[in-house]
Design a protein around this ligand. Sequence first.
Ligand SMILES: O=C1O[C@H](COP(=O)(O)O)[C@@H](O)[C@H](O)[C@H]1O
Length: 260
Amino acid sequence: MSTPQVVVHRDKELMARAAAARLITKVVDAQAARGSASLVLTGGRNGNGLLAALAESPARDAVDWARLDLWWGDERFLPEGDPERNYTQAREALLDSVPVDPARVHPMAPSDGAYETDVEAAAAAYAADLAAAAGPEDHTRVPSFDVLMLGVGPDTHVASLFPEHPGTRETVRTVIGVHGSPKPPPTRISLTFPAIRSAREVWLLAAGEDKAGAVALALSAPGEVQAPASGAYGRARTLWLLDRPAASKLPPELYPAASS
Ligand SMILES: O=C1O[C@H](COP(=O)(O)O)[C@@H](O)[C@H](O)[C@H]1O
């Protein structure tokens, strides 16, 4: 478990641009060191803001897009192409404008796909895909993602792990079907904490005043069942990327004055 580090940017636009620059460097370094890189994408406003900033960055051409594996932290279980699907939004924000290798892009199943409306089967299939991609060096049933990104909801949810929901107590499965989500749509697929914690780095993204309470609560370590964002950490690094409004309720010792 890595101790959370907090970086605060002036506003959400700067946060998205800085996070995109950070991500490009990370991917380029991983590709230089290991030949390829793997990322887990998040849905939500901040995750999509980062992808849009990446699409606009001239430095995006430094990434070898064909040597990048892309996974998702969660998905809204909706038909293929639905505008609310995290995959659809990621395509619009970035993926349709960069030369990714389709065989290395791993969206979670839609509700009209191979598993139809059986969300448990769809979750099990994703877990099997992750297990197949994990090498012996990973020592777990999921690959050692270079960076796993998570948007933080105003209720402290991450991926589709909501406060007090059964998914927050899952210790065996790496991917679960989520039923009765308090945020629409009610049916979702989500990585669990065991999968999230296998990442080298976990980055939590939060911008806006409506996230301030969630950020302060999660970083005061109340427990992952009550505040799921507090249970998301990476093996080597856990990074909270915030804008000033989202950081506004943090205690001063956690608010690094030097960040801009
Ligand atoms: O529904 C979801 O919400 C969270 C947070 O979204 P935000 O718009 O409040 O930033 C997101 O991280 C998750 O992937 C998504 O499915």
